[in-house]
Unconditional design. Structure first.
Length: 461
């Protein structure tokens, strides 16, 4: 590694990752991330077909009760890492410096944070299982806990590669972790199909196994990376404080939705339980069914959001040379709408066949509920995709706190709405779908306004 670092005399001799108005580079990166995300999500969606057959709606409900807590801790330790590291790396590359100091500092920092996240998950697991009224999920918390640490390391690699506009490692690692999870998970589900509680525990263990595999892949790709990772003599090091200064607001922005999901996993089953005996199943149909289907097009658009960070950040670093961050923000949003709008329409009109293919083991009543949930929730395929792209653009321009504020306000609106609507047995779980739609719409509108404000400020600078 050191030989490859010092083999070149100067990074300035190398062609920059981004040239002015390099839309081809942006689209190429977006396509790689989108393809990886789509294949991974498609595998996850297809995974639900045999999985639902083996563990049923109740097992899916238990599975989804553990995931919000995992997502919350994962967000703290990992989710904000790729975009923040990509921004810092892209900025350095944009002015002819190496991104390696960013990588080294971030890896040390987030390995420690990830380890802390794993420990916290183990400690609070008994209390959460009791609060959720399902002690059966305790083993699942312990089985899933190592993933928090593992994904922290994976995310540092992803952010570093993305900052150099190399999206392939992210795509390959996403596909790998999903493929391993599906393969190992189905084996466990089949072996323990007679005991739903044990099956769910081992399904969550499969996630930890998949993340271990993905981390090994990233290590392999990092050592064989052919692109320049040049470290100039006496080059300034990056402090942990500098990484945290950007990562903390990005993480806070990312943490809001998982925190909301955790709150939903506690409140929604309790509200529904006041008049429905299948409260856990209803919650599972939305969070494990409708959300899974909607996330397919959203995962494609995530590639646009990921590619936006280095594109906009590099343009900002080269502003004196005529680069325009504003034009790249507009372009990224336009591409997002072009992909997400027809996807949302397709989900609405083809909700029935999609649900019947993916969740064919569900009872007729459960399947009818799921189809209606998908149709209601289909609009979020557009709004959530736009939210993640606009949030990434704000991060690239050094304003992640704006994205955090918009999502916080949106989640508050959602929680207030479903707390009201779920009191009615006539609205039932559909109230959660409508409230979540409004949540993403509010976040989109606020993010759009913030981007316009930031762009206007940058033009005056």
């Amino acid at each position: 590694m050191e030989k490859s670092i010092h083999k070149e005399k100067s990074y300035a001799d190398k062609r920059p990752v981004y040239q002015k108005n390099d839309k081809n580079g942006f689209l190429k990166g977006a396509v790689w991330i989108a393809a990886g995300g789509f294949i991974a999500k498609l595998l996850g969606a297809l995974y639900r077909i045999p999985l639902t057959n083996l563990i049923g709606g109740y097992g899916m409900g238990l599975y989804q009760m553990v995931y919000p807590v995992y997502c919350l801790l994962l967000t703290v330790s990992a989710t904000g890492i790729p975009s923040s590291i990509a921004k810092l790396t892209a900025e350095r590359i944009g002015i002819g410096q190496s991104g390696l100091p960013v990588f080294k500092t971030a890896m040390k920092l987030f390995l420690c944070i990830g380890l802390l996240g794993t420990a916290i998950m183990c400690v609070i697991a008994p209390f959460l299982a009791t609060a959720q009224g399902s002690k059966e999920v305790l083993g699942g918390y312990y089985a899933l806990a190592p993933s928090v640490f593992l994904v922290s390391a994976i995310s540092v690699f992803r952010g570093f590669f993305q900052g150099k506009n190399n999206m392939k490692p992210t795509a390959f690692s996403e596909i790998t972790e999903q493929a391993v999870k599906v393969g190992v998970g189905l084996i466990f589900a089949y072996l323990f199909r007679a005991n739903v509680r044990r099956a769910v525990t081992f399904l969550l263990l499969a996630v930890s196994i998949s993340e271990t595999t993905a981390l090994l892949l990233m290590l392999f790709l990092f050592r064989r990376d052919p692109s320049p990772v040049l470290l100039q003599k006496n080059e300034e090091k990056i402090s942990a404080k500098a990484v945290l200064k950007l990562s903390i607001p990005v993480t806070f922005s990312s943490i809001i939705l998982p925190l909301s999901g955790l709150l939903d996993s506690v409140l929604v089953p309790r509200f529904l339980g006041a008049y429905a005996e299948n409260a856990v199943t209803l919650f599972g149909l939305f969070s494990g069914g409708a959300v899974t289907v909607i996330n397919l097009p959203v995962s494609i658009c995530y590639g646009i959001a990921a590619a936006s960070v280095p594109a906009v950040a590099t343009a900002a670093a080269r502003k004196k040379n005529g680069a325009s961050p504003r034009k790249r923000v507009v372009y990224a949003l336009a591409v997002t709408v072009a992909v997400a709008l027809p996807s949302a329409a397709a989900l609405f009109f083809f909700a029935a066949p999609a649900a019947k293919i993916i969740f064919r083991a569900l009872a007729d009543a459960e399947l009818d509920t799921l189809i209606k949930l998908i149709r209601i929730f289909s609009v979020s395929a557009l709004t959530l995709s736009c939210v993640q792209t606009l949030s990434a653009c704000l991060t690239a321009q050094g304003k992640p706190q704006y994205a955090a504020l918009s999502m916080l306000l949106a989640v508050m609106v959602k929680t207030g709405l479903y707390t009201w609507w779920l009191q009615s047995s006539k609205i039932s779980i559909f109230g959660l779908a409508h409230a979540t739609n409004i949540c993403y719409l509010v976040a989109f509108l606020i993010n759009l306004v913030y981007n316009l404000i930031v762009s206007k400020q940058r033009r005056k600078e």
